[in-house]
Design a protein around this ligand. Structure first.
Ligand code: BES
Ligand code: ZN
Length: 619
């Protein structure tokens, strides 16, 4: 791999589209960043900023330490919707000449700063815009406590640039430190070393000494309390939520032990989780040392904690070894979904993790059916140049990626595979990797010239071809077979009350709901609801699948529950499934629009931009 050789974005795109299944890729410049890290790379960021809740603004100075590899006289950075006040060169302490390029949709504006050959740092005085896409400013009414405002960031994939001028591509790593000033009654936390109590003056200092890509920069500010879980882990949340959260997430320490036993030491010091207010647009976000999580995982029975296993696993796959560009996204999410499953197998047993695996496979099959098995977006290696990397977030990266690793595991045997995977994390720790680098490593360390074995693995089909390869693993969950048997009984006319459902977990119920025939009548919905009370389920995953069915069957008794769910939480995955179901009928579309008109201002931009698309919403 020749990292010094690169193309312009256009040439790189052309080269990729001419030979989509070529394995000899040269590391092209990241199509989603203006930075040129091959010339000058940022090695450390120091942020000195104040958080202003009245103006919805973060303002202050970002000081970037540079490694000028080529004696370049310019450094190129990413910004979007930032107001740049001035730039100073260090150690010269002179005011720098800088310019902002024309805005490019999604990418923002390139900030070019003229530097001297002995410039070590650039200090950029800047302020964010009230509409910065990474920031969600919550009114007190949108929090659990209802008294104080809340702010959180979401930098992945290319939104860090909307709150910090930086080299915003996953192929660049830097350490960081920060001094953040907030209103004195609020606590500030970052993806770094964190306080557990309020400071006297609202000033907090942070350090992240391990180099990370910019998409892992994170900040949360609010009325936040802390509860320890174990020696290395704890939970942050609003005071009225924190005890519930600590109970729900009590298994975290065991997950860390399980993960370390599988793939080597946890390298980030502490592992804490913050349970955010309900508008957080994701289930979880693997911000280092401090996973951000949705409160919709607080089901009250610890049944949705595989999400923590997932975000924890990113401490290896993603945070330690990072996808080099968003085209290699499956290296983050596919590896993590595989690893998540292995952690769950360790702590909850194989029958449990096989349910997770089979659900993944079912989801993957329906996604491929929906997208079409010749569609380019069903390839593991993506070509997202000129498109929003968000469009690459699908079951393909997660579940096709995870099943590919499961296929490799089953082909070489678990012991050899685990050793191999641990070696991958160790030998690439704190670096970014391309898909092609993974394939090379696979050839060197696992295939070792065995041509027949290589053919059996179908690597090219898995990574570069659309659809599902012939070597897709077969997954047969025994637990789900039991569920299927009960569904059959019901279909044959047995009453729901006589079905054998004792001891069923969330995942049994999810499978049950998905295995029911399409197009149930209202009477059938009533019967099921009476027996199992799905409409009032406090489990967000079960409720979502049930509400989808309620929409399909025009089961009006669930209307209020649907509206409440859509207006009380902003997790994109749930919103997307339900709004997409509603718009299938003209009457549903009208309802969706009425609900959305109220809910939209409470959603994060990540969610509202997706739902805008589904509803054809004019901003
Ligand atoms: N890193 C992702 C979230 C993400 C992906 C944010 C792409 C922005 C762009 C996170 O690890 C994730 O996958 N979250 C999932 C939960 C998981 C259990 C599948 C989610 O939010 O649903
Ligand atoms: Zn993930």
């Amino acid at each position: 791999m020749n990292r010094t050789l690169f193309f312009t974005v256009a040439a790189a795109t052309m080269a990729l589209s001419c030979s989509p299944s070529s394995r000899t890729d040269v590391t092209a410049r990241d199509p989603h960043s203006f930075a040129r890290p091959d010339e000058v790379v940022v090695t450390h960021l120091h942020l000195d900023v104040a958080v202003d809740f009245d103006r919805h603004q973060i303002a202050g100075t970002a000081t970037l330490t540079l490694n000028n590899k080529t004696g370049a006289r310019k450094v190129h950075l990413d910004t979007r919707d930032l107001e740049i006040a001035s730039v100073t060169l260090v150690p010269e302490s002179t005011v720098a000449v800088w310019k902002l390029g024309e805005p490019v949709p999604l990418l923002g504006r390139e900030l070019t700063i003229e530097i001297g050959t002995s410039t070590k740092q650039v200090a950029i005085k800047y302020a964010t815009s009230p509409s910065a896409a990474a920031l969600q400013w919550l009114e007190p009414a949108q929090t659990a406590g209802k008294k104080k405002p809340f702010l959180f960031t979401q930098s992945q994939a290319i939104l860090a640039r909307t709150w910090v001028p930086c080299q915003d591509g996953p192929g660049v790593r830097m350490t960081y430190s920060a001094r953040v000033t907030v209103p004195p009654d609020l606590l500030a936390l970052m993806s770094a070393s964190n306080p557990t109590e309020l400071s006297k003056d609202g000033v907090y200092a942070f350090r992240m000494d391990q180099p990370i890509p910019s998409y892992l920069l994170a900040l949360a500010v609010g009325d936040i309390a802390f509860r320890p879980i174990g020696k290395h882990s704890g939970v942050y949340a609003e005071p009225t939520v924190v005890d519930k959260a600590a109970w729900e997430l009590a298994d975290t320490e065991r997950m860390i032990d399980a993960a370390e036993a599988l793939y080597g030491p946890y390298r980030w010091d502490r592992y804490d989780i913050i349970v955010l207010p309900p508008s957080f647009p994701f289930g979880g976000m693997e911000n280092p040392r401090l996973t951000f999580a949705t409160p919709t995982i607080l089901a009250g029975d610890r049944s949705l904690v595989s999400l923590v296993a997932h975000e924890l696993a990113h401490s290896w796959s993603g945070n330690l070894v990072t996808n080099a560009t968003w085209n290699d996204f499956w290296l983050n999410e596919g590896f993590t979904t595989y690893f998540e499953n292995r952690i769950m197998e360790s702590i909850s047993g194989r029958p449990y993790s096989e349910m997770l695996a089979q659900l993944s496979l079912q989801d993957l099959r329906s996604t491929v059916a929906e997208l079409g098995d010749t569609s380019a977006i069903t390839r593991l290696k993506l070509d997202m140049a000129g498109r929003d990397p968000d469009e690459g977030v699908s079951d393909i990266a997660y579940n096709k990626g995870a099943l590919f690793l499961r296929h490799l595991e089953e082909s070489v045997g678990r012991e050899a595979w685990d050793q191999f995977l641990r070696g991958w994390f160790d030998s690439n720790a704190f670096t970014s990797a391309t898909t092609e680098e993974f394939v090379t490593y696979l050839q060197k360390r696992l295939i070792k010239g065995d041509v027949a074995f290589e053919q059996k693995l179908e690597i090219d089909a898995w990574i570069y071809k659309p659809g599902l390869p012939a070597s897709l693993p077969v997954i047969a969950s025994e637990e789900f077979a039991k569920v299927d048997a009960e569904v059959e009984k019901w279909k044959k006319g047995e009453k729901p009350e006589v079905l054998v459902v004792k001891g069923w977990t969330t995942h049994h119920w999810l499978h049950f709901l998905k295995a029911l025939p399409q197009g149930l009548s209202v009477d059938q919905m009533v019967e099921l609801d009476k027996a199992f009370r799905f409409t009032t389920s406090g489990n967000s995953e079960i409720l979502t699948v049930w509400l989808q069915r309620a929409i399909q069957s025009s089961y009006r008794k669930a209307d209020a529950s649907l509206e409440k769910f859509l207006t009380s939480q902003g997790r994109r995955k749930f919103l997307k499934l339900l709004y997409a179901e509603l718009v299938k009928s003209p009457e549903g579309l009208a309802r969706a629009k009425a609900i959305y008109a109220k809910a939209r201002p409470t959603y994060h931009s990540v969610s509202s931009s997706t739902i805008d698309g589904i509803l054809g919403w004019e901003k």
